[in-house]
Design a protein around this ligand. Sequence first.
Ligand code: SOE
Length: 379
Amino acid sequence: MIGYAFMGAVHSQAWRTVGHAFDLPVDVRLAAIGGRDSVAVKAAADRHGWAAFETDWRTLIARDDVAVVDICTPGDTHASIAIEALAAGKHVICEKPLANSVAEASMMADAAASAAARGVRSMVAFNYRRVPALAYARSLVASGRLGTLHHVRAAYQQDWLVDPAAPLTWRMQKERAGSGALGDIAAHIVDAAQFVVGDLLSGVSGMLETFVHSRPLSGGSGLSAASGGSGVGDVTVDDAAVFFGRFAGGGIATFEATRFATGRKNAMQLEIYGSGGGIRFDFERMNELQFFDGSLPDSENGFRRVLVTEGDHPYLEAWWPPGHPLGYEHTFTHEFRDFLLDVSSGQDPSPSFADGLQVQKVLAAVSQSAESGSGWVEV
Ligand code: SOE
């Protein structure tokens, strides 16, 4: 694994767990973790259970005991690490968004396609697909329970930047992150909406907003740890993105992604309305799915809270007795389970780098629309 901050810690936890929770045809060993700061990466290796550490990602990739490379670094490094790892015959998981531009994502998708021809697999880490309630929602839609889909409402609301004194982190620097709320969290709801609907966005129109243009270069911790320096630095990305779009199959959708929704912490929401029913999901209540089943009599009907904690719900057979809920970290464990099963059986995991490229094209279309004044842009 390369990178050891928030995503590195979450991924480590999932790698440690996946082989215990699920029956897998492979042994999972945490071989080595990489990062540039030798003291910090050694501490991360010790804390998270990695057998070794490296300060040069090329050395890490070249190790004989490394079969899978998991990229948890900022977006500006994804393309070079992933392409080199695939060329070296290592399977790759890459954090989202796949890259910082369509050009980089295209190169990654090309590298993934030629690696797949050699049996080397790759996946982009859109973990919310592996929330049991969303995987279950996907199965409801796919089996026709919602009928013809008309409306999708997707939102990803956080509030960790509403304080103008919150420091500047790499997530607010275009050269490192590519974009702001757009790439960081709108990417998730674009992927989740397309996954649950089973269709792709064909065009979008949107706007981007930056509310706070400069921030302190020091202070903060965790997600809000400053990138370093003194004084203030420029925020060069969006704080919020709002857009609407059309699915190729005809449904229409609205999207909102913001780090300024005061009081909303990790409210990743998806609503889908079809001719036969509706579903509503909010990650702040991630073990629940609201389901309106239009086939029931009107007199008895309404949105019902389905607790997605039963043994026959997706992924749940591996966990606790019925009614015992899961958390954020399990979505990563599920992601790695699916990845390892696909790698072991010689299949291409999903979402692929090609899927990551398609999301990148949606993000680029939103940016283009915003720059041109909210005009319609085909994806
Ligand atoms: C910060 O917005 C962040 O950590 C994202 O980078 C993650 O992808 C999301 O799952 C939670 O919020």
